[in-house]
Design a protein around this ligand. Structure first.
Ligand code: FES
Ligand code: FES
Length: 168
């Protein structure tokens, strides 16, 4: 039996230990937000956070994440209360077809939450492993720039209007 913390909840998996993490998340835990693109570690669509670090869940067997803390896109906000990064994606047009978006959000969220820079080139470097066929990247970078700045405002002033709009 494999024990994992997923989005703050203790979960257990009993089955083939080399089943891919993405399949365990989607098929066994019902977390369909994580998407599969290439299935070969090239596109980043399947990115989740393992102990806070972005990883390609299509490449990892579930036995390798025993005892870790996993975060998927479901750990962010809800449609009625998007977190600061999701709100920025909505406002800046950072998502079109949406296939890359869950992975893009998770990689970007590790950056934003970790106090990363708002410099566009630094953000492009961080997102280099997440491919998007729709947006041309500029809208995504703009969204992450906004999220970095908005989160700093929230930290400085927890009662800011951004917070009042139910962003984390
Ligand atoms: S689906 Fe995992 S990297 Fe493309
Ligand atoms: S929004 Fe379609 S691949 Fe990125």
């Amino acid at each position: 039996m494999i024990s994992i913390e997923v989005n703050g909840e203790k979960r257990t998996f009993k089955g083939f230990p080399f089943k891919r993490l993405i399949d365990v998340l989607r098929q066994d835990f019902g977390l369909m937000g994580t998407k599969e693109g290439c299935g070969e570690g090239e596109c980043g669509a399947c990115t989740v956070l393992v102990n806070g670090e972005p990883v390609n869940s299509c490449l990892i067997p579930v036995c390798q994440v025993e005892g870790t803390r996993i975060e998927t896109v479901e750990s962010l906000g809800r449609p009625a209360s998007p977190n600061v990064l999701q709100k920025a994606f909505l406002e800046k047009g950072g998502s079109q077809c949406g296939i890359c978006t869950p992975g893009m959000l998770m990689t970007a969220w590790a950056w934003v939450r970790g106090g990363g820079s708002d410099k566009p080139q630094a953000i492009r470097n961080v997102l280099a492993g997440n491919l998007c066929r729709c947006t041309g990247y500029q809208h995504i970078v703009n969204a992450v720039v906004q999220a970095v700045r908005d989160r700093k405002k929230i930290i400085r002033n927890p009662k800011s209007t951004i917070q009042n709009r139910k962003s984390k």
